[in-house]
Design a protein around this ligand. Structure first.
Ligand SMILES: NC(=O)c1ccc[n+]([C@@H]2O[C@H](COP(=O)([O-])OP(=O)(O)OC[C@H]3O[C@@H](n4cnc5c(N)ncnc54)[C@H](OP(=O)(O)O)[C@@H]3O)[C@@H](O)[C@H]2O)c1
Length: 348
């Protein structure tokens, strides 16, 4: 079957990640009559423009997936937990963007450039990583070709669209409030995000880290198949609309050079080295937004660690961090002819 003949359903089509998946389908010219858009009862009946067509949104229900070949879930964990197994029963290949299945050992967690082979053993569902983990593991996968990686310290600078459309609206609304001299009203975040930064993404855990920081450790180990990898993350929300950035300090087993790091990163699919300090060229959220590549720059020796490198990356959290990675999983499963599960496990 040609990939353009696949019937694709998006659950959460009115949201930031689902809406970006639809945008990417339009960029690929996927036929409108092969797309089903779903959201909550609040949006049922609304129309979304798709090129010259309008597609009517339906309410996602346990009966919505007959005739759908690929179902992209971007409506949060509870919806995935309830409906993804029903979609599989009805014959759909599910790509889940939420966190609910990511650490389930029977469900692959995939960034195609890193561990595309893992798609082969899916039981009907393939999970996509958190938007900070995806560019992170791509950079680590490229660099571990030079030497095994012992430990990584990472600080993230995460945009508000990582909290969905509501986060974006909060930044815009608060910015207007503050510039207009009034008080910022709080809804999504516990503190003002406009003109501020919050060292707090997702819930706090008893060890002092947040769930977002824990995801960077656990997801990286699963995707890179490296249970000994040490990762210490500090995840920070910044008043940027789109694209997450990350500062990495990577400790290797043996000596590496900046020159070799640039060489392996430049040769890695989906990574673009932007690194010319003499011309003030480095990755920024503004230049990463709307693009497909993970931008990497500021590559230098880490003066605090033996065999260490420091670098900076920016990546569009809605595209490669979410929707693009999901569509690339679909492409890879189609290319390998494994849209139907090989594993017979029943998903509850
Ligand atoms: N934003 C990112 O950067 C990013 C990156 C990676 C993964 N993700 C994941 O993608 C998922 C969606 O995130 P988002 O940022 O796109 O959130 P969002 O902008 O808040 O969108 C949420 C979507 O879910 C739909 N929804 C809510 N309740 C529903 C229900 N009961 N049944 C069906 N649909 C329902 C909403 O529909 P209504 O409009 O009808 O309410 C909306 O389309 C989350 O699991 C998130 O973890 C997001």
């Amino acid at each position: 079957m040609n990939i353009r003949d696949l019937n694709i359903g998006i659950v959460g089509a009115t949201g930031a990640a689902g809406g970006t998946a639809l945008k990417l389908l339009l960029e690929r010219d996927h036929p409108a009559d092969k797309i089903t858009l779903m959201a909550s009862a609040r949006s049922a009946g609304r129309k979304i423009q798709y090129g010259d067509d309008n597609i009517v949104i339906s309410e996602a229900s346990s009966d919505s997936f007959h005739g759908i070949d690929v179902a992209i879930f971007a409506a949060g964990g509870l919806v995935s937990r309830r409906l993804a197994p029903r979609a599989v029963e009805q014959g759909a290949f599910v790509i889940d963007k939420g966190s609910i299945f990511r650490m389930d050992p029977s469900i692959p967690l995939v960034v195609p450039e890193v561990n595309g082979d893992d798609i082969e053993w899916h039981p009907g569902i393939v999970s996509t990583p958190n938007c900070t983990s995806t560019p992170f593991v791509m950079v680590l996968d490229a660099l571990r070709k030079l030497s095994a990686i012992k430990a990584v310290t990472v600080a993230t600078y995460q945009s508000v669209t990582g909290s969905g459309s509501a986060g974006q609206q909060e930044l815009i609304r608060q910015s207007g409030n503050v510039l207009g001299g009034s008080k910022a009203d709080l809804d999504v975040y516990p503190h003002q995000i406009a003109f501020n930064i919050l060292p707090h993404v997702d819930d706090f855990l008893s060890d002092g880290y947040t769930k977002e920081e824990q995801k960077m450790l656990n997801e990286s180990r699963k995707i890179l198949h490296d249970e000994s990898l040490a990762v210490s993350a500090t995840c920070v929300r910044v008043p940027v609309e789109i694209s997450h950035s990350e500062s990495l300090q990577i400790e290797f087993e043996s000596d590496v050079t900046v020159h070799d790091a640039k060489r392996v990163l430049s040769g890695y699919d989906g990574v673009l080295v932007v690194d010319d300090p003499s011309r003030n060229e480095y990755p920024m959220p503004l230049t990463a937004a709307g693009g497909d590549d993970v931008l990497v720059g500021r590559i230098r020796m880490d003066t605090a660690h033996e065999n260490g490198l420091a670098l900076w990356l920016s990546c569009d959290n809605l595209r490669k961090g979410a929707a693009l990675n999901a569509l690339q999983i679909m492409d890879e499963a189609h290319r390998r002819d494994v849209l139907n599960p090989r594993s017979q496990r029943k998903i509850k």
